[in-house]
Design a protein around this ligand. Structure first.
Ligand SMILES: Cc1ncc(COP(=O)(O)O)c(C=O)c1O
Length: 452
């Protein structure tokens, strides 16, 4: 009989990592799944509870990835499980695009209530982050009757054709898919980019009144958990206002309470015109939302829709998630985030040749290393010690734990991560060889790192 997760310490590593069943499963997986999936390392999860993940070999890990910043309320939070079960027994699907599904309007009203805009808003609900991005892009073009869009280098907005055209974190996302959407202009993230918009784009490439929107992640996610200068978003807002350009905040990764506020953009008191949410807002159920100021929703019936978008079971999870976020989890994200960052910051002084920066807000924390190789090696050492973290950008390891993370779990993560960095500092060559061996064995995706 398997011991329930509640009764096990976190972490609890009982086999070599990866274990024999994990290795066998990776082989099975490779036989059947699309080789386009970038696998960071061979964790094969079968069960989760709170911040604990049990793998196929019975090892228990402390999960500081949360399924790429998705399991905001922790794995299988009882309130979310109950909401899903209740809804699944009542009504599993009835397309909200063609009919009047009560929970769809209810979820839209809730999202409008928590939106970081002071005026009225309306909501379109889809199934994923990329779908939210597509909806925002389409609405911006539709409403403004302008075609062009500005996005930022390092941004990740998804992989569907429109979204991937806005994405500029890795060239590989565009390879052999072109031509991508025309009319997308990328500039550096931060104040440097604002100068480029005014001096290069508007002056020499395309006039400002040809732009529908600027899309921005208030804190860049996959690009490396990059927090911009404090005046960046207010200045960007002012630039958009000056030229009648819509400001789209992509909060797919930074939203849903992760940074210690419901939306990251609220750290700078800036209101977007359109806000995109997904990932953490559904606790792992597939849901994405595009929230726009009501006056922008000028499109008519048939302009946009989705068969599954706003699936009732996903929306039951979303409503339960918002309740949990507001009843303590956002506050916890702020407190635990500060503790973790304070715990990690000494790494910069202790390992000045390896650790370049510890940064972030709340539970969106990035640790920057001297190189991608070091980040790889630290990620792997942490994995072997029972801590799941995930690379971001070129040389950053990100921590995005569930917002239910306790003080003890935060302390454990800091300890294991510190041990992992210390090990890489002392045995760098051996640790890099180990990563290389895993890559050769097909357990890690060649030369890519994490995506999303
Ligand atoms: C900021 C941001 N936008 C959009 C997306 C795309 O979301 P999805 O993978 O659900 O399509 C992601 C995914 O990582 C993201 O981080």
């Amino acid at each position: 009989m398997t011991t329930p997760l509640q009764a096990r310490p976190i972490p609890d590593i009982v086999t070599a990592i990866p274990g024999p069943k994990a290795r066998a499963h990776v082989e099975f997986d490779h036989a059947w799944t699309s080789p386009s999936l970038p696998r960071a390392y061979p964790i094969v999860p079968v069960r989760g509870l709170g911040c604990a993940i049990e793998d196929i070999d019975g090892n228990v890990f402390l999960d500081f990835t949360a399924g790429i910043a998705v399991n905001s309320t922790g794995h299988s939070h009882p309130d979310v499980v109950a909401a899903i079960q209740r809804q699944a027994a009542e009504l599993q699907h009835f397309s909200a695009s063609d009919f009047y599904l009560p929970i769809y309007a209810q979820a839209a009203a809730e999202l409008a209530r928590i939106a970081p805009m002071t005026g009225p808003t309306k909501v379109f609900i889809g199934n994923s982050g990329a779908e939210a991005v597509e909806a925002g892009l389409k609405l911006a073009r539709y409403h403004t009757r302008r075609q062009n869009v500005i996005a930022f280098l390092g941004a990740f907005h998804g992989r569907t054709m429109g979204a991937v055209s806005l994405t500029a974190s890795k060239a590989k996302y565009h390879a052999r898919f072109g031509p991508v959407l025309p009319g997308v202009y990328h500039v550096p993230f931060g104040n440097e980019g604002l100068d480029e918009i005014e001096q290069r784009i508007f002056k020499r490439l395309m006039p400002a009144d040809e732009f529908a929107a600027v899309i921005v992640e208030p804190i860049q996610g996959e690009g490396g958990y990059i927090v911009p200068e404090d005046d960046f978003l207010p200045r960007l807002r002012e630039l958009c206002d000056r030229h009648g350009i819509l400001l789209i905040a992509d909060e797919v990764q930074s939203g849903a309470g992760r940074t210690g506020k419901m939306w990251a953009i609220q750290h700078w008191d800036v209101e977007p015109d359109i806000l995109l949410a997904a990932k953490g807002i559904g606790s792992g159920m597939p849901v994405g939302a595009m929230i726009a100021r009501s006056e922008l929703m000028t499109w008519g019936p048939g302009s946009h829709g989705s068969t599954y978008g706003g699936n009732p079971v996903a929306l039951a999870a979303l409503l339960a998630t918002i309740r949990l976020l507001e009843n303590g989890l956002i506050a916890n994200a702020g407190i635990r985030g500060r503790e973790i960052q304070e715990g990690l910051r000494p790494l910069v002084e202790r390992f000045p040749n390896l650790v370049r920066d510890v940064r972030g807000k709340g539970l969106m924390i990035g640790i920057q290393f001297d190189s991608a190789d070091t980040a790889d090696a630290v990620q792997m050492q942490a994995f072997e010690r029972g801590l799941l973290v995930l690379e971001a950008g070129e040389d950053v390891v990100r921590m995005s734990p569930p917002l239910v993370v306790s003080q003890a779990e935060a302390a454990t993560a800091v300890r294991i991560f510190t041990d992992s960095v210390a090990h890489v500092a002392a045995h760098r060559r051996a640790d890099l060889e180990e990563v290389e061996a895993e890559r050769e064995a097909g357990l890690i995706t060649e030369g890519f790192g994490a995506a999303g």
